[in-house]
Design a protein around this ligand. Structure first.
Ligand code: C5P
Length: 304
């Protein structure tokens, strides 16, 4: 039985995100297309003798907002999985972050997914169904972080179907110095739409067709996000940032999930460099990252 397990887990972008009206439970029904992209966190879970308080260590750049306590999603995932299996969560968790914090790329959910996979491997206990049920309980984006690739998500985003995809896609991401709160962006979306809004969210057919045919120009044109007006109203500079990326050759630009990270789809490496340089020079973002998608979901990279 291993005593330590290290898992690598990717960030996500929503290629399309259709949001319905608020439900009675406060969530919103979604019809979204997720894609995993090659910005990775690493989560190492190690067996300990003590039960007591969780031991969490968080490292990486700009991790000041990440709790090293019971409220960390990775710890909540471990505690929930241990409870489901009827055992003590006697582990320590080390998280090395490269996914932007509070950036709309599901970094916290990714860490929860990684911690679940690490515990299932470490304890050699639990079925795939038990891991997946715990993932859905912890957060709407956690099941996709386990699965990875490209998938359609409905319900809260936790009901997944893998999508047919040809080829890989190159992305440039513009990171923000300050995150946005996901509940706040959803609330702003509801406010902008008003109480009469009742449209059912639908999967974006143009996105699905572009993915099936591997047509990145068509995908760039089809990118859509119902949360974008809300994110832009809370962080107005995002509008200029999105325009700038497209002016410098991106095939399309979009706020990632609830933002404020913006993702720009590019056709090749030259375009990626042009867009990255323009975004960096603009002063409208704090950092720029290049990535490709789709990539696999949470993956065990080392056991010891
Ligand atoms: O599921 P998760 O905890 O990641 O969601 C964070 C917040 O985002 C929720 O508390 C809710 O405000 C909002 N949300 C939503 N509808 C969804 C997913 C998230 O309203 N489908």
């Amino acid at each position: 039985m291993p005593s330590t397990v290290r898992v690598r887990v990717p960030a996500k972008i929503n290629l399309s995100l259709a949001v319905g009206p608020p439900r009675a439970d406060g969530y919103h029904n979604l019809a979204t297309v997720f894609q995993s992209v090659s910005l990775f966190d690493e989560v190492t879970v190690t067996r300990t003798d003590s039960t007591g308080d969780p031991r969490i260590d968080v490292s990486g750049t700009d991790v000041a907002g990440v709790p090293a306590s019971e409220s960390n999603l990775a710890w909540r995932a471990v505690a929930a999985y241990a409870k489901r299996l009827g055992r003590e969560p006697n582990v320590s968790i080390a998280i090395r972050k490269a996914i932007p914090v509070a950036g709309g790329m599901a970094g916290g959910s990714a860490d929860a997914a990684a911690a679940l996979l690490a515990c299932a491997t470490l304890w050699e206990d639990g079925t795939r169904e038990q891991v997946e049920a715990t993932a859905a309980e912890i957060g709407s984006d956690v099941p996709f972080a386990l699965m990875g690739g490209t998938a359609v998500g409905v319900g809260r985003g936790e009901v997944l179907t893998p999508a047919m995809v040809r080829g890989t896609y190159e992305w440039v991401f513009a990171l923000a110095a300050k995150g946005l709160s996901t509940p706040r962006v959803y609330r702003r979306c509801d406010d902008l739409r008003g109480p009469a809004f009742d449209r059912k969210p639908e999967v974006n057919d143009a996105v699905m067709l572009a993915l099936r045919t591997g047509d990145s120009a068509a995908l760039g044109r089809a990118l859509s996000n119902d949360l974008q007006p809300a994110a832009v109203s809370l962080a107005p500079h995002l509008e200029s940032l999105l325009e700038l990326g497209v002016e410098h050759g991106a095939l399309g630009g979009i706020v990632s999930g609830s933002g404020p990270t913006c993702g720009f789809l590019v056709g090749d490496t030259d375009e990626a460099l042009d867009v990255a340089v323009a975004l960096s020079a603009s002063g409208l973002c704090s950092a720029v990252r290049r990535a490709e998608g789709p990539v696999p979901g949470a993956t065990v990279v080392e056991t010891g």
